[in-house]
Design a protein around this ligand. Structure first.
Ligand SMILES: [Zn+2]
Ligand SMILES: [Zn+2]
Length: 436
């Protein structure tokens, strides 16, 4: 880690594994259980018995000779300016409320959950708060679980803050950290930092891997100064966080409406019976077929989600036989994922079948969305809300179908639909939606 650095003038380091007579502590993952520390020959320090931590070994071996980046609160005055923000755009009413609340949270150094629906324009809501950190000479990090998001965000933020030294860090990025004040990184990269940031912005906090990985939660805590705070951003907080908001136990701001001021499309439930049996006989329900045919004939691209790769491939073959084509299928391990998504964007294909991998982060103009077998367990409440959020995102096409093709309504389907309806209601009440 430390050896990756080229210019270490302003950087400080801290031993990754703290060893005292009585106990050992891995600063990367917080492990202090004696039985989880082992010794092995080390190629870094050449010691025969270099201590390492077993608890966080899946993130790469951390040894007692490794160091973590450490930049204690050295707020320098040399950076101070009245503003760093070069963005001249305008915020919608809903965005402005959130932007102000976030700005205040940064000032008060208070954690905040930014609960903003898909298509609300969350990035712009962060600018003012980010600027606040920078004008006070502080450091900040924007972390996302997905590399694609980091790569998309980085050039955009560079334009918005053109005079701030900025770096983008992810698994195989060529960039090294040289103490830049503004870091865009995958959540996994946070483990390399210790008390380094005044504010950490965590995008898609509900998404893999943050939600399922307690080490990463620890890593976020550790990456920020003890006097710092975190801004958590998501369109779909989990049940626990939703309840904490309801009970006043969590500082949050809700943005229930999209920037284009049209309602979120509410999913419709369409019963298609025992579709598994149908597939065995080579059939896909008529009602699904009719819908796809109609939407394609209207010139709309169609995005179909499936609970499993196997089901997706079965349906794709049937659709192709029926003359629906050209169509493409995409899943997480698909090496051509990016190219296929681009083809759909370019309009060279009109029908894309996907697993939940495309549930977030993609925008296709005027897309119509179907979820086949929506009762499947993989379709959690948040997955279904995210999927529904693919429709109607563009100003020119603010509407779109979202159909749940099912064989029995699941609890998650019901929860997702009521969450979307609740957001629309709130948006109306707050005057964030145009009359339909
Ligand atoms: Zn560890
Ligand atoms: Zn070593």
């Amino acid at each position: 880690m430390a050896e990756e650095l080229t210019d270490t003038d302003n950087m400080q380091f801290v031993e990754a594994i703290q060893v005292t007579e009585k106990k050992k502590l891995c600063l990367r993952c917080g492990n202090n259980r004696e039985e989880l520390f082992f010794r092995s020959p080390c190629s870094r320090c050449n010691k025969e018995e270099c201590l390492y931590c077993r608890n966080c070994i899946m993130m790469g071996k951390i040894t007692e000779c490794s160091k973590l980046f450490f930049s204690p609160s050295t707020t320098s005055t040399k950076h101070q300016r009245s503003t760093y923000l070069a963005w001249k755009g305008e915020l919608s009413l809903g965005q402005k409320v959130a932007s102000d609340k976030l700005h205040q949270a940064v000032k008060d150094k208070k954690d905040l959950l930014l609960w903003a629906v898909a298509g609300s324009g969350k990035t712009e809501m962060m600018f003012k708060g980010m600027n606040e950190v920078l004008i006070n000479g502080g450091r900040l990090c924007v972390a996302s679980p997905r590399v694609d998001v980091c790569l998309e965000l980085f050039p955009r933020l560079q334009q918005v803050f053109p005079d701030v030294e900025m770096v983008c860090l992810y698994g195989d990025s060529a960039d090294v950290y040289n103490g830049e004040r503004f870091v865009v990184a995958t959540t996994h990269q946070l483990v390399r930092f210790c008390e380094a940031f005044d504010v950490v912005f965590i995008d898609e906090v509900d998404a893999f891997p943050y939600a399922k990985d307690p080490f990463l939660e620890y890593a976020v805590q550790k990456a920020q100064l003890s006097t710092g705070c975190s801004i958590f951003i998501t369109a779909t907080p989990d049940r626990k966080w939703q309840k904490e908001c309801d009970r006043g136990k969590r500082n949050f701001v809700k943005v229930p409406a999209r920037y284009h001021r049209k309602q979120l499309p509410v999913p419709k439930k369409v019963w298609i019976g025992d579709w598994k049996k149908g597939l065995q006989k080579g059939n896909v329900s008529k009602i699904t077929i009719q819908w796809i045919r109609q939407k394609l004939s209207e010139g709309c691209p169609v995005l179909l989600f499936f609970p499993e790769i196997k089901v997706m491939l079965q349906v794709a073959i049937i659709l192709e036989k029926m003359g629906f084509g050209p169509l493409l299928t995409v899943h997480s391990a698909d090496p051509e994922r990016k190219e296929k998504v681009q083809q759909m964007r370019d309009g060279t294909i009109r029908l894309l079948c996907s697993t939940t991998i495309l549930e977030r982060g993609v925008t296709f103009t005027n897309v119509q969305v179907g979820v086949f077998g929506s009762e499947g367990r993989i379709f959690t409440e948040s997955a279904l809300v995210q999927i529904s959020g693919r429709a109607g995102r563009k100003m020119e096409y603010p509407r779109g179908d979202v159909l749940f093709f099912h064989d029995g309504v699941s609890k998650n389907m019901a929860l997702a639909i009521s969450q979307i309806k609740m957001m629309n209601k709130l948006g109306k009440r707050q005057g964030l939606l145009d009359e339909e």
